[in-house]
Design a protein around this ligand. Structure first.
Ligand SMILES: Nc1ncnc2c1ncn2[C@@H]1O[C@H](COP(=O)(O)OP(=O)(O)OP(=O)(O)O)[C@@H](O)[C@H]1O
Length: 900
């Protein structure tokens, strides 16, 4: 599984659930996969055909979506095609019947209409799964019910023993059981992942939908468009699509439009130019984008309240699929909320009408929410959310002014209660405002003590207050049949019981329509400065921009979308690592075999030329500030991944330059904390991708090169990094647990000792180290790792060259020689008793390496190679491994080489 993942997709690790789901499919079981947008569901059905050499059939609702997927898969060297009414290549069906595709996409209509003989032929040749993507379309309780999906159960009788997989990003429990029943899934493996999209900032803002608000929106979009990445603006009407696109054009910015009334050719052209980055702004109705996998969409703006919270989650989920911080803003007006009837027209039954109303009400509440938006979204989808404040939505990030609204809240709640909780919000508000409408007079509500007491403020003001009271749980909206009523909740009753008409306890709420100046921009600094905040140097930021342009050129020549070549995250890794060889390029996460073969030389050439022009060295060794290449994230990401205490500690240490000691005893703390705790915080920050100056860090914790090496050797000896105690037991007393944890973190982050030696430890220390290395504790099992140690010991000398005088260098070299001699002596002494075959010289060749590696499922480390291939030098073995890696015959994971 892992080798397929690297070879075709370029990734070295699976995301949560992927491996288990794939295994269940390979074992022939049905599955239901409910995982967040952009979490990697597609991979679950894309990997099994590559392992089993059988075709995977994928039912997908949209032709444009299938075309995108097929384009991307072909770029990964995967044989993919689609069958639908739009397919002009008449050979696809017969090729599919002959098993010539790894993955075959089909619309549900096609899947139901195609002849049984097609399925029989495919069954004979080999079909490994039938996946139903966007499976929520099967359920009337889903937000996108499609009749054709309901008929897919027919296939169950035809494709006997073929594992069925339903996949969706949005399914409440009711929808999940609907999918299981409709697809007749047999005892399925159900994987429900978190719905949390951590890199997405959520915000909502009231707007009046007049020309001033369009102007404001356009201004915001212009600011966003100055930065890399794409933008989608979803409108609730075609009129709005046209108006916003026109306003953008008047402001000098071109945008594509997409809506249901456009001719299909024009729609296709819009879609195509957007995904190929020819146009970066798309103004569309929700007809656009289902399942779109453009990874670099940085903003999804809803201009109007969406029809359901599920569709909002899906549409906003198209943002930031590459994991980079991105923004989801929603502009709403109260008049949007009057569209319930319009949406209910789609309903075919009373239960469906109710379902539409429930999710529309949830979307409305989301708009008006004053509490954490993320928590609300997650809890809507049934996820338990322990925190109150995510710190990464407008309500959590921007502190609101709180005012005491106890008097007004008392009036409204008491009035709602006296009206019996049987009405919608309008009636009690009209009572407060002194209306004498027939309904009010007939019900004698004009006689209530509160009648007319609230006429000083507008009806709208009372409605906004009501929505805050709903947000904070004092009022409850209920759906009776299809009409909403409002009543006082238990918390509200509790508040009322503590009030008298003359006295109410204070009730502080963040009320009033807040001004969100620069609303869209609030969600994080998305301009090029964010790259600097990740620790990138100015030259590296330049290199990033240039490589994006290079990718664009390659994509234009190939007639494909730039992201199909590789994602922005991968480009960032190119920038930081600046690989000089194909093997190094191949090792980067996101680089697959196809990319390497097709574009590898061009990419390497560009990196070489551009880096030279910018004065950047290759192979990224000089830049020790950024070592966490696997998990580069923005400052705003750090905020979310780390607890505030850890993030603060990192900021104080890295940005403000305070020592670990000072941070531990910082006067602002209620009590000092231990220095080790601070060290732990900084190491956690490093693991989350925060920049670290490792030279300074090592100095502060007293980690010498000698200790570093000894810890590495101890790890090798123990053979596992999981437990610290056995490693500590191998070391002298001066080496602390803090040192061990620090080295483990550095090693995990890919920081090599060479880099530290070259940049940090002084010649004297390296010299001293080499001397002391020659006295490595005898209890170490020299035999098993002798060669690797010798080769490691030689490295510091090479790296020291810039720092040492020639006399010092000579001394170091002669000490090395002494050590070599001692080692070979020891080796000879220890080798003697070994059986004779171990003394036979084994030479490394590409074939012998591959053959030998085939014996080890868990892979083999370089020292093991050196030990086995005792007839070859470490350099030649390393070179052979590098070649095999770049040919994708082997790959490296956690320092072990494995067979592809
Ligand atoms: N193991 C992985 N490592 C790194 N990236 C991955 C991994 N798996 C998937 N991805 C990438 O994540 C992105 C989103 O994946 P995918 O399109 O499968 O999401 P999805 O769950 O189907 O989303 P949606 O519901 O919105 O269609 C893709 O660009 C994909 O290549």
């Amino acid at each position: 599984m892992e080798s397929v993942l690297k070879k075709h997709f370029g990734y070295s690790t699976f995301r949560p659930y992927q491996e288990q789901i794939i295994q269940h499919i390979l074992d022939g079981n049905d599955s239901l996969v409910v995982m967040a947008t952009g979490s990697g569901k597609s991979l679950c059905y894309q990997v099994p055909p590559l392992i089993s050499n059988k075709t995977a059939v994928v039912i997908s609702p949209l032709i444009s979506l299938m075309q995108d997927q097929v384009m991307t898969l072909k770029q990964r060297g995967i044989r993919a095609e689609y069958l639908s009414s739009a397919q002009i290549d008449s050979t696809v069906q017969s090729n599919a019947e002959s098993g010539n595709f790894d993955i075959l996409y089909m619309t549900p209509e096609k899947a139901c209409l195609i002849s049984n003989s097609f399925w029989s032929k495919l069954l004979n040749i080999g079909i490994c799964l039938l996946a139903v993507d966007e499976a929520h379309c099967i359920s009337e309780w889903g937000h996108n019910f499609r009749v054709e999906y309901k008929q897919l159960d027919k296939l169950r009788d035809v494709l006997i023993n073929v594992p069925f997989v339903g996949l969706t990003a949005t399914a409440t429990e009711k929808v999940q059981s609907d999918i299981i029943n409709s697809l007749k899934l047999k005892d399925p493996y159900v994987a429900v992942g978190s719905f949390d999209r951590k890199n997405l900032f959520y915000g909502a803002k009231a707007s009046n939908r007049g020309s001033s608000s369009v102007f404001e929106l356009v201004e915001e979009i212009l600011k966003c468009a100055a930065n890399p990445g794409s933008i989608i603006i979803y409108c609730t009407s075609i009129k709005d699509v046209e108006q916003i696109s026109k306003s953008l054009l008047e402001a000098g910015v071109e945008s594509a439009i997409y809506h249901g009334q456009m001719a299909s050719k024009a729609r296709e052209e819009s879609h195509r130019s957007f995904i190929r980055d020819e146009i970066r702004i798309m103004v569309a109705t929700i007809a656009f984008g289902m399942g779109i996998d453009k990874p670099d969409i940085r903003h999804v703006i809803h201009y109007g309240c969406p029809k359901s919270l599920e569709s909002y989650y899906q549409e906003s989920g198209r943002c930031g699929r590459d994991g980079i911080a991105s923004n989801c803003w929603l502009y709403y007006t109260r008049s949007d909320f009057a569209k319930a009837d319009f949406y209910c027209r789609e309903a075919r039954s009373v239960s469906q009408r109710k379902a539409i109303m429930v999710s529309f009400m949830a979307a409305q509440q989301y708009c008006m929410l004053r509490t954490c938006r993320r928590k609300y979204l997650l809890e809507y989808f049934g996820e338990i959310c322990a925190y109150e404040n995510c710190g990464y939505c407008d309500n959590c990030a921007v502190p609101k002014k709180e005012i005491d609204i106890s008097k007004q809240a008392f009036l409204l709640m008491a009035c709602i209660k006296l009206c019996g909780g049987r009405w919608g919000l309008n009636l009690p508000v009209d009572v407060l405002r002194g209306s004498r409408s027939k309904k009010i007079v007939d019900a004698k509500y004009d006689k209530l003590p509160f009648h007319g007491l609230g006429k000083e403020v507008s009806a709208n003001w009372w409605k906004i207050l009501a929505s805050q009271l709903i947000s904070f749980g004092f009022l409850t909206e209920n759906l009776n049949d299809v009409y909403k009523t409002i009543s006082v909740s238990l918390d509200g009753m509790h508040f009322l019981s503590s009030c008298t008409p003359d006295h109410q306890p204070p009730l502080l709420l963040p009320v009033g329509e807040e001004e969100h100046k620069n609303a869209i921009g609030d969600g994080g600094d998305l301009n090029m400065d964010f790259l600097k905040s990740e620790g990138l140097l100015q030259g590296e930021v330049e290199l990033y921009k240039m490589l994006l342009e290079e990718r664009m050129k390659l994509a234009r020549t190939a007639g494909i979308a730039p992201y199909a070549i590789c994602g922005d995250q991968t480009i960032k890794k190119f920038v930081v690592l600046r690989p000089s060889t194909k093997a190094r390029l191949a090792n980067i996460d996101g680089v697959n075999q196809h990319l390497l073969a097709k574009y590898g030389d061009r990419i390497l050439q560009a990196i070489r030329d551009l880096s030279k022009g910018l004065g950047l060295s290759l192979d990224g060794l000089s830049n020790l500030q950024v070592v966490n290449n696997q998990n580069i994230c923005t400052a705003s990401n750090h905020l979310k991944e780390l607890t505030p205490a850890k993030f603060q500690a990192w900021k104080m240490w890295y940005e403000d330059g305070l020592s670990l000691q000072k941070i531990a005893n910082f006067p602002g703390r209620s009590a000092p904390i231990k220095v080790q705790t601070v060290v732990g915080y900084i190491l956690d920050a490093a693991r989350q991708g925060c920049a670290i100056d490792w030279m300074r860090f090592s100095e502060e914790i007293g980690l010498t090169q000698e200790a570093f090496i000894n810890i590495q050797l101890a790890i090798m000896k123990v053979g596992s990094k999981d437990k610290l105690k056995p490693i500590k037991d191998e070391l002298t007393e001066e080496v602390s647990y803090t040192h061990i944890t620090a080295v483990l973190t550095m090693v995990d982050l890919g920081l090599t000792r060479d880099a530290l030696v070259a940049n940090h430890w002084s010649g004297n220390e390296a010299n001293k180290c080499s001397k002391e290395m020659a006295e490595i504790p005898k209890q170490l099992d020299i035999l098993s790792h002798a060669e690797s140690k010798i080769c490691e010991l030689k490295e510091p000398v090479n790296c020291m060259e810039d720092h040492l005088s020639s006399e010092e260098k000579n001394k170091a070299v002669s000490r090395m020689q002494e050590f070599d001699d001692q080692q070979s002596l020891r080796k000879r002494q220890r080798v003697d008793p070994l059986p004779q075959e171990n003394l036979v010289s084994v030479e490394a060749t590409e074939d012998s390496i591959i053959e030998w590696l085939g014996n080890f499922e868990n892979g083999v480390s370089l020292p093991d190679f050196v030990e086995h291939f005792n007839g070859s030098t470490v350099e030649s073995i390393a070179q052979l491994l590098s070649c095999l890696e770049s040919e994708f015959l082997i790959y490296k994971k956690s320092d072990n080489y494995k067979l592809m």
